[in-house]
Design a protein around this ligand. Sequence first.
Ligand code: NAD
Ligand SMILES: O=C(O)C1=N[C@H](C(=O)O)CCC1
Length: 265
Amino acid sequence: MTIRVAIAGARGRMGSEAVKAVSNKEGMELVAALDYKHVGDSLGELAMFPPQLNVPIYTNLTQLIEDEKPDVLIDLTNPESVYEHTKEALLHNVRPVVGTTGFTDSQLEELKNLSENNKVGCIIAPNFAIGAILMMKFAKEAAKYLPNVEIIELHHDRKLDAPSGTGLKTAQLIAEVRNEQKQGHPNEKETIAGARGADFEGMRIHSVRLPGLVAHQEVIFGGDGQMLTIRHDSYNRESFMGGVLYCVEAVMTIEDLVYGLENLI
Ligand SMILES: NC(=O)c1ccc[n+]([C@@H]2O[C@H](COP(=O)([O-])OP(=O)(O)OC[C@H]3O[C@@H](n4cnc5c(N)ncnc54)[C@H](O)[C@@H]3O)[C@@H](O)[C@H]2O)c1
Ligand SMILES: O=C(O)C1=N[C@H](C(=O)O)CCC1
């Protein structure tokens, strides 16, 4: 069976890479793109894509679903739009594969309920790169033995959300095996607000934003006279595409919401 795929955010940094990956993947057909402009054009009419890419662009997701009947919607848009897209897809029996980050806890909870009640599979993956998934798994393991930990995530300066979805997910995974604890000196004071980073159950998350970066993270563990660093680097967005294609296939086989690729791999 060929999986019919639609991509929201197809003109973006990740979306355009996903257009390439899905178009070249046997067993998948790219049937539509969702954007907020270029309605009625095809992707091939945009300079960034090859002219033979005859894939219609919609600005209305309901219309796209009615006309093109995708099996899967890949969302690579922004924190403002992603919740509504995912909800709309689930309500129409279209399986979302979501790479967009910046969900609130309550949004995730609502989507989980909707996915389970409607028995429509959904994958929300803050990071599609296999190396990043391993980095998170290894960090969770290390935290059992070295609970003093800080996370430094580094991304390009066009990123909208901080901390990154990966930084947050790493902290959540570590929190599953580490009791909440305050780190640093009990009487420490920030003389400039934010100097110690964001606080997740006493774990500090530091967000670096610089041109030239793609997506990087270090998880640093301190112990008596020793330090362990677990680091992952994505140098380009191709690094995410194996995970995207894996999720498109995997989401066809599940009937609930999976948050994080570490639950599937
Ligand atoms: N999960 C992962 O592995 C992973 C990897 C990289 C990026 N991301 C996330 O993916 C998202 C996109 O990142 P990016 O760097 O490609 O961003 P980008 O700004 O380059 O692309 C976003 C695209 O979405 C489009 N868009 C915005 N609102 C829209 C709407 N309402 N309907 C349709 N299209 C809309 C924009 O036109 C743009 O083309 C971010 O949330 C980022 O954090 C996730
Ligand atoms: O480029 C981005 O934005 C990325 N966002 C994800 C996150 O927030 O963790 C994953 C890596 C790239």
